[in-house]
Design a protein. Structure first.
Length: 298
């Protein structure tokens, strides 16, 4: 099966009857072969109906005939159906490798994990750049033959200085055609303007089930409180600090016998796993935004 002829369609709209029929029927009429299809309607159910968005979501992995193996042609094919149901639809070529920019400060476990997964073929992406406000991981980037951009920020830097540094990152995003920015323990608060620029295409890893244990040394805080479970949360970046739509979470059990350093090591393992899953699901177009939440098709 040729990857060049495989596509993923993602769509969202107000829920209505006939969407699945119309989409699958149109693909059939065009000579496409559906390989996998998932859908979800966020509809009111009982007492929790007030929290439902009333939106419908769909992800379809299909193979197109050679004469239709182009995302723009497929999008044009769906014009009338898209207008009928008012849905937002995107066609993604499976053959196109998403392009990532990784950002890191001075904790390199998530960076190292993502680079290993990419190098070993577990993460089907291209990584044309790594950005850091410290020079700590320049040698690591060099070992993987990835350009490393040291964009320092002095302690207590002004808002103007931070925006100037962020503008350099924005220029790299544009220059390299970046699809996703991954904050692999990049320990800087991003400006609202930068968050707007990256909307829907930046993922952060947080060292707990949000919003617990914010700030410095979170695992030491957890140790002091005698927690029994520690976790990590991967979420999209928004201007509301650490409150963006959640993509993935996981936990690990700890007990009184572990030191703060032991808990930190366990927590970092969880962070790596959670972030790598979130990144992989995003680049496989499995994550759809649903207001302040996400729909993740696995």
């Amino acid at each position: 099966m040729s990857r060049a002829q495989q596509f993923i369609l993602t769509l969202s709209c107000r829920d209505a009857k006939g969407i699945v029929y119309a989409v699958s029927g149109l693909l059939y009429q065009a000579g496409c072969n559906i390989l996998d299809s998932q859908q979800f309607g966020d509809l009111p159910t009982g007492d929790d109906g007030a929290a439902a968005t009333g939106l419908f979501f769909m992800r379809v992995h299909f193979e197109a005939p050679a004469h239709l193996a182009d995302a723009a042609m497929l999008a044009n094919l769906f014009t009338s159906v898209r207008e009928q149901f008012g849905f937002t639809a995107e066609f993604h070529s499976v053959a196109r490798r998403p392009r990532l920019l990784l950002m890191v400060s001075q904790h390199g476990h998530c960076l190292n994990d993502l680079l290993y997964r990419w190098h070993s073929g577990q993460l089907d992406v291209d990584i044309p750049a790594i950005v850091s406000n410290h020079a700590t991981f320049a040698e690591l980037a060099q070992r993987y033959n990835i350009p490393f951009h040291h964009l320092p920020l002095a302690a207590g830097a002004s808002a103007e200085a931070k925006r100037a540094q962020e503008a350099q990152v924005e220029a790299l995003v544009d220059e390299h055609g970046i699809d996703l920015v991954v904050l692999a323990r990049y320990m800087q608060i991003l400006s609202p303007a930068f968050c707007t620029f990256l909307r829907g295409r930046a993922i952060n890893i947080h060292h707990s089930f949000l919003p617990s244990f914010k700030g410095a040394k979170p695992y030491f805080q957890a140790h002091d409180r005698g927690v029994k479970l520690i976790g990590a949360t991967a979420h999209y970046v928004t201007a509301d600090l650490d409150e963006g739509p959640i993509i993935e979470q996981d936990v690990a059990r700890v007990d009184h016998s572990l030191s703060a350093q032991d808990i930190t090591a366990v927590g970092r393992d969880v962070e790596c796993m959670v972030l790598s899953r979130a990144v992989r699901w995003h680049v496989e177009h499995r994550v759809l935004l649903n207001g302040q939440k996400t729909v993740v098709f696995l």
